[in-house]
Design a protein around this ligand. Structure first.
Ligand code: PMP
Length: 391
């Protein structure tokens, strides 16, 4: 067993060695530009890129012609939101989203508000779920997009996307979902979900960092304008030299995830359940944030009453964990997701996110549970927040 143990798989995942192996020839051997049409280097790169797009699209149940490679999900989310709002070319526009979205959605919405786009940010219930009826009720005559994540990055809950899609479709409004956390962990199929736009990112499914994709349905086509220019054609929704090696890696990661989806989900879910069972049987007053049902197999978000999350993380240098999303964990503010569930500041700051993944072993989970129990007991014994009578 190697220390520290990585339990932060929502932040990023280890690139699978099989993915690295697939990518390697495309750095210094087949290094051509896929847009070079006059020589064999370009043709080789173009072939690899097209095959990769086909594989990634197949993992989403999509057509490769509906897929646009981006630098990651942040860019894909920006493209979906800015692209849809700006396609109105100055006319009134309105977007519907919810409070627990990733900052790449919420911050984009804030920036769009400065461009006179109106935004409705819907609440979630204690489980973290948005109500499909509330989404339908929020739609206005100039709504250009509804954007609701498939799985939440902190509490792992899966939103009722297919149900929401029925309602948005009936109103003729495009639905975008951020499937960054769900792709490769649970079934993600654009037809079954009924979405018009979908964002994803390779580094969350054991692929390389720096590549993601936006699925854009062609029929009926979602009106989108680019946010990057430089491709020389109106059809180029995303300009820039295609990162062929990364695309090959993304494709290999998708292939492995699709092949291993079920057994891996069962195995990782089993490890997560074992961790929860040990912690809840050996420690009083711990609560799970979010849902137990309908949650990503590797996710566990726990509130350790009477313990400051930051202090717990500092006491556990052998474990790589976080108190929330990597994008906000440097801010030392309580997570906006946990606050949206109705948790008070103290409870939110006493919460830790566990992200289990492909490379975790049963031995690691037992070790992690031993160390967490020991540290929580130690911190509670000296904490003014902890009252022994609660135990
Ligand atoms: N959406 C969600 C739900 C995420 O978890 C993340 C990564 N933290 C992103 C978007 C951004 O992805 P990327 O790192 O590929 O920009």
């Amino acid at each position: 067993m190697h220390l520290p143990i990585y339990l932060d798989n929502h932040a990023t995942t280890r690139c699978d060695p099989r993915v690295v192996e697939a990518m390697l020839p495309y750095f210094s051997e087949h290094f051509g530009n896929a847009s070079s049409v006059t020589h064999a280097f370009g043709w080789r790169a173009r072939d690899a890129l097209e095959a990769a797009l086909g594989t990634i699209a197949a993992a989403l149940g999509a057509d490769a012609r509906d897929l646009w490679l981006t630098s990651g999900a942040t860019e894909a989310n920006n493209l979906a939101l800015f692209g849809a709002a700006r396609a109105r070319r100055g006319r009134a526009a309105h977007i519907v989203t919810c409070t627990t979205e990733h900052p790449s959605i919420l911050d984009s919405c804030r920036a769009l508000e400065k461009e006179e786009v109106r935004v409705s940010v819907l609440p979630v219930n204690r489980a973290g779920l948005v109500s499909p009826d509330a989404v339908a009720a929020a739609i206005e005559s100039d709504t250009v997009l509804v954007s609701i994540a498939h799985a939440n990055a902190e509490i792992g809950v899966l939103q009722p996307i297919a149900e929401i899609a029925e309602l948005t479709r009936a109103r003729g409004v495009p639905l975008h979902t951020d499937a960054t956390q769900s792709l490769g962990k649970v079934q993600v199929d654009v037809a079954a979900l009924g979405v018009d736009l979908l964002s994803c990112s390779a580094h969350k499914l054991y692929g390389p960092k720096g590549i993601g994709a936006l699925f854009v349905r062609r029929r009926p086509r979602v009106p989108l304008v680019p946010i990057l220019y430089g491709g020389g054609s109106e059809r180029d929704l995303r300009s820039g030299t295609a990162p062929v090696a990364l695309a090959v890696g993304f494709a290999r990661a998708c292939e492995i995830a699709v092949d291993e989806l079920e057994p891996e989900g069962l195995r990782v879910g089993g490890l997560r359940d074992r961790l929860l069972e040990r912690l809840s049987s050996e420690l009083p007053s711990i609560r799970r944030n979010g849902e137990a049902e309908n949650v990503l197999p590797g996710n566990l978000n726990l509130c350790f009453e009477g313990v400051e999350g930051e202090a717990l993380l500092l006491g556990l240098p052998e474990l790589a964990l976080s108190s929330g999303s990597a994008c906000s964990s440097s801010r030392r503010e309580p997570s906006h997701v946990l606050r949206a569930l109705g948790l008070g500041r103290e409870r939110a700051l006493s919460s830790i996110r566990f992200g289990l993944g492909r490379f975790n072993t049963a031995e690691e989970i037992e070790f992690a549970a031993d160390r967490i129990v020991e540290q929580v007991q130690r911190l509670r014994s000296v904490s003014p927040l902890w009252d022994d009578r609660r135990a």
